[in-house]
Ligand binder design. Structure first.
Ligand SMILES: O=c1[nH]cnc2c1ncn2[C@H]1C[C@H](O)[C@@H](CO)O1
Ligand SMILES: [Zn+2]
Length: 364
């Protein structure tokens, strides 16, 4: 009988993976940030050396608060104000994901953050789409097949969500597969954007909502029951509605039951949660309990630059913390592919022709 391949950082990188929650402006290469700052005359970077700058992004994100975690994005967005910069960042994002073994990704960003240099929303979306297609071509030339869908975010603290939802629908046939709201959670409940969510539902469009990260159950409840979110960005705080009794048995409250029963996907991002204080350490990250209880858990990066991670490194950390094997990593991956915002037939094809054979070869 064939032997199972040992789980190492390298072999996990080779396994096919699916990424649903990754921010374009949170995943730049440090060297690219420096070069774009030079080209665009951006002078506020804290370092002029790529290694020091990368370390600075990770350290300043290690703040224990979401609001402070978000401060580093002023620099990445500061260098993403031209079409050329957006094309480059998007293409490199796809190259980096493909090199990490990601076969399908949904990458998100807020177009409203890239208008400071005078760009309009449509040219911004078109530049990022061009970059993603270029990245897919470069990955193919390097022998890797990856497909990338786009999610457009509206920022919770601004009041542009309907406009951005309309933008997402306008570009739905050009690779924009959904919508999200991001930014500071406390004080900005998802119901502030009800008109956008109602519009999206009327258009049969898909959306996820960042909820249950820096704020608890009310945010999750509103996102699902008032706004109609199909997936939850993070959603970690759903554990507040689960009690473990003295015998170790879990008792789910009504909201947690609803989320599990309806198979609502949780886009979990362990390292990011530790940095923002939503979890204390990987070993006691709620993903362990939620996976054991068979919630539809997926594993994501959030911000590869600020969190210094990849999907593979997040999976490797979970393997160390919870003793997961290949069948668990396959389960996370199939969960994510089932939860993607592309056509059912396309999801099934990637599961059957890429993910299952990929893990079968590793399991042996
Ligand atoms: O984890 C997050 N929670 C809320 N907002 C976030 C998170 N990571 C990134 N963002 C914000 C900062 C980016 O500028 C914006 C769009 O990608 O989304
Ligand atoms: Zn996020």
């Amino acid at each position: 009988m064939a032997m199972s391949t040992p789980l190492t950082a390298d072999t996990i990188r080779q396994a096919p993976k699916v990424l649903l929650h990754d921010h374009l402006d949170g995943g730049l290469r440090p060297a690219t940030v420096l070069e774009l700052a030079d080209a665009g005359g951006y002078r506020d970077l804290p370092h002029d050396d790529a290694a020091a700058l990368g370390a600075w992004f990770r350290e300043s994100a290690d703040s224990g608060s979401l609001v402070r975690y978000l401060e580093g994005f002023a620099h990445t967005c500061g260098v993403m104000q031209t079409e050329d910069a957006l094309v480059r960042v998007a293409a490199e994002c796809v190259e980096d994901l493909a090199a990490d073994g990601v076969v399908y990704a949904e990458v998100r960003y807020a177009p409203e953050l890239f208008t400071e240099g005078g760009l309009g929303l449509d040219p911004i979306v078109e530049a990022v789409q061009a970059g993603f297609r270029e990245g897919e071509r470069r990955a193919a030339a390097a022998g890797r097949t990856i497909r990338v869908g786009t999610l457009l975010c509206a920022m919770r603290q601004n009041a542009r969500s309907l406009e951005i939802a309309e933008l997402a629908v306008r570009y739905r046939d050009s690779g924009v597969v959904g919508f999200d709201i991001a930014g500071p959670e406390a004080g900005f409940p998802p119901t502030r954007n009800l008109d956008a969510f109602e519009y999206l539902r009327q258009q049969n469009a898909h959306f996820t909502i960042h909820a249950g990260e820096a704020f608890g159950l009310p945010s999750i409840w509103e996102a699902i029951q008032h706004c109609g979110a199909e997936r939850l960005g993070h959603g970690v705080r759903i554990v507040d509605d689960i009690k473990i009794d003295a015998d170790g048995r879990a008792h789910l409250g009504r909201l947690a039951s609803y989320v599990r029963d309806r198979r609502i996907p949780l886009e979990m991002c362990p390292t990011s949660n530790i940095q923002t204080g939503a979890a204390t350490a990987i070993e006691n990250h709620p993903i362990g309990l939620l996976a054991r209880l068979r919630f539809r858990v997926t594993v994501n990066t959030d911000n590869r630059l600020m969190s210094g991670c990849t999907v593979s490194s997040e999976m490797a950390a979970l393997v160390d913390a919870f003793g997961y094997g290949w069948p668990d990593l396959q389960w996370f991956t199939v969960n994510a592919m089932k939860s993607a915002f592309i056509d059912f037939e396309d999801r099934l094809e990637i599961i059957n022709t890429v993910i299952k054979p990929g893990y079968a070869a590793l399991i042996g």
